[in-house]
Design a binder for this molecule. Structure first.
Ligand code: HEM
Length: 444
């Protein structure tokens, strides 16, 4: 159930509910003429920027396409908005963070190198036609006051893969519920609004008053090496208790133990031996687990879920006993790139650029995205106090070499050295202002 204790007409929609559209276009821009840009934004924003209230309204009231807008530090400064928003990562920009994140900037999209990107429009729609119209309108209205530096088209995968990321796993299942907006479903964490929204209870950073009802958005273009991931799981296929899995099934089982969920979304902490698609699809059950099991020890039991699994590293639940509330964030990414080609499948080698247009919202990038990536995914001894060193998180963890344990339920200390399955092509840190702040401050 969704309430409206929060000023949802003033909050940009993607932050709390995601665009929930089949297609999403990211238009990254540089501002050439600040005063002309502001003049256009003044009328464009009230007519087009989609709020949470609009996104949760009944279908007939929905626009044909949704638009959100976010600005980088250099973008705000270019527009004459010099106030310090109090976020170090945002202030420095993502390029300055590349080395710390373990990125190879040699494979970053050139548009993201440096601090040249001033902002991004997010356009979401179920139909290409409206994406085109909205993009066209944007270009016509803003004209040469901006230059489009980079465009990324993301889209739900076709047919039954809709909602699944490119490795094949159902995504978008577990996000924190936000106090005053939604009530948690079983097992879902509940965070104070200020963990996601700036200027709300739980956000302790001093900020200018106009920054209320905003959020920081982390954007990352994360390339996924899909045939390489498939090949690696086949080469390292594991066995279940009964010892009756084919190599193909053992690869699926390994993948599920690396991700923490089966491709159907069923959590392996509950469905630890076999996939359970009905569980994966049931929102009242598919998040209702916390890695603790009566009669077995949190410090040593990996029969249900490896310590290093993606979902466990990035939301440790009982492993952290509720002390990690500020480290939650809302994910709203969408896959980009075409489906696997026959040539790629046959050669086990990626040729097409595909991956995740990763989007994460939080009131504090250091507590949210950076903490999850650095203190959790990349840290070998996280979760702490285990009988076996978990190693890095296998999907997105950075390390050299990339080593993790826990995948083989029969030999939980066995170490796996993994190639990269995800490669960062860079991104930027943005602030997503409230709708009133766009008119009253940014376009003023
Ligand atoms: C959950 C895939 C990158 C943080 C998930 C899930 C999948 C997935 C399939 C399970 C679905 C769900 O629980 O909603 C991926 C892929 C990535 C990626 C393919 C890269 C291409 C990241 C990054 C972070 C992250 C970079 C943060 C630094 C999370 C979190 C959860 C999650 C917090 C929810 C865990 C939970 O609450 O149980 N991801 N992810 N992911 N991911 Fe990722």
């Amino acid at each position: 159930t969704r309430g409206s204790m929060l000023p949802i007409k003033n909050i940009q929609g993607d932050i709390l509910v995601g665009m929930k559209k089949n297609k999403e276009r990211f238009v990254f821009f540089h501002i050439n003429d600040a005063s002309r840009f502001k003049d256009v934004l003044k009328t464009y924003a009230p007519a087009n920027i989609t709020s949470v209230a609009t996104l949760v309204s009944p279908a007939p009231l929905q626009p044909l396409a949704f638009v959100n807008v976010a600005f980088s530090r250099t973008g705000l400064s270019t527009l004459g908005v010099k106030d310090n928003l109090g976020d170090n990562a945002f202030n420095a920009g993502q390029f300055a963070d590349a080395e710390g994140l373990g990125d190879d900037t040699g494979v970053w999209e050139s548009a993201f190198k440096g601090t040249h990107i001033h902002g991004v429009f997010l356009i979401g729609s179920d139909q290409d036609e409206f994406l085109q119209t909205y993009t066209h309108d944007l270009n016509a209205l803003f004209g040469s006051s901006l230059s489009v530096e980079y465009t990324l088209d993301a889209a739900a995968r076709p047919g039954p893969e809709a909602g699944h990321e490119h490795f094949g796993f159902l995504d978008g299942i577990s996000n924190p519920a936000v106090t005053g907006f939604d009530s948690p479903s079983p097992g879902q964490s509940l965070v104070p609004a200020g963990v996601i929204l700036t200027g709300h209870t739980g956000d302790t950073t001093p900020r200018p008053r106009w920054a209320k009802d905003g959020s920081f958005m982390v954007f990352r273009k994360l390339k996924q090496l899909v045939p390489e991931f498939r090949k690696w799981t086949l080469d390292n296929a594991i066995q279940n208790k009964a010892g009756n899995l084919t190599v193909e099934e053992g690869a699926e089982y390994l993948g599920a133990r690396m991700m923490g969920r089966w491709k159907s979304g069923a959590p392996i902490d509950i469905a630890s031996e076999d996939d359970d698609p009905a569980l994966g699809a049931d929102p009242h059950r598919n998040n209702n687990f916390n890695y603790a099991h009566p009669g077995s020890s949190l410090a040593s039991d990996q029969t249900h879920c490896p310590f290093s699994a993606h979902t466990r590293k990035l939301n440790p639940r009982a492993d952290q006993a509720g002390t990690d509330t500020p480290n939650h964030a809302i994910r709203a990414g969408t896959p980009y790139g075409a489906e696997l080609s026959d040539v790629e499948a046959a050669s086990n080698t990626s040729q097409i650029d595909r991956g995740l247009a990763f989007v994460m919202y939080q009131s504090n990038i250091g507590n949210g995205f950076q903490f999850q990536q650095l203190a959790w995914a990349n840290t070998e001894n996280f979760p702490p106090f285990k009988n076996v060193t978990p190693g890095i998180e296998p999907i997105i963890g950075r390390g050299s070499p990339r080593v993790a344990t826990g995948f083989d339920p029969h030999d939980q200390a066995k170490t796996y050295t993994m190639p990269d399955f995800v490669v960062s092509n860079g991104g930027e840190y943005f602030f997503v202002p409230s709708i009133s702040a766009i008119s009253d401050i940014i376009a003023a």
